[in-house]
Ligand binder design. Sequence first.
Ligand code: MG
Length: 203
Amino acid sequence: MKIICIGRNYREHAKELNNPVPEVPVFFLKPETALLPKNHPFLYPEITNDLHFEVELVLRICKLGKYIEKKYAVNYYDSLGIGIDFTARDLQIQCKKQGLPWEIAKAFDHSAPVSNFIPIHQLNKEKGINFRLELNNQVVQIGNSSEMLFSFEEIIAYISRFITLKEGDLIFTGTPAGVGAVKIGDLLQAFIENESMLTLKVK
Ligand code: MG
C-alpha cells in the first residue's frame, strides 16, 4: 500500500507557511513504513529539531482505479480516518530553499500515524466533516472538510491521472491552519466530530 498526502489544501494553512494557494492539488508520498504500528510508542525522531504536527482527514481507497472521473470518484473510497502528517519543518525548509524534494522531511518512519476508520456512510459529508487536534488538552487545529480547496473527489481524480490507486491506499487530504511544534512529553489527541480517534504521547 502507499500513502499519498495533499499539501496546501486549506487556504489559511497555505498562507501561514507563506505558500501560494495552488491551482491544482499538490501531492507527495509516504511509504508504508511511515505508519505507526498499533500500540507502538511514538518516539521523537532524532533527524529533526523542529517536528511539526499537521492533523488531516484520511481517505481509505476501496478499489483499484486509474483515470477515475470526478463524478465516479465517490465509489473509490469507503471510509474516513484521521492522521497526523508529521513534518520535520527544519529539514523541509532546507529542502525548499535548495529546490530539492521533501522526502527526508515527510517520509521518515512513523511520520504518518493514522486512527481507525469510520464507514463513510456514517458521516454527513454534505454538511462537512468537523475535525480537530488537541495538544495537551488545548485545541490547536480545527477544520471542516467543506473548507478544502480540492474535494475528496477532485483529489482522487487528479492523483489517479498519475498513479494507479489500489485498495488499502490512504490519502491524507491536507491540514488546516494552526500547525506547530511538538516536544517530548506532549499529548496529541485527534477528533472527528466529537469522537476521539487517535491519541499519541510523544516519547
Ligand atoms: Mg500535510
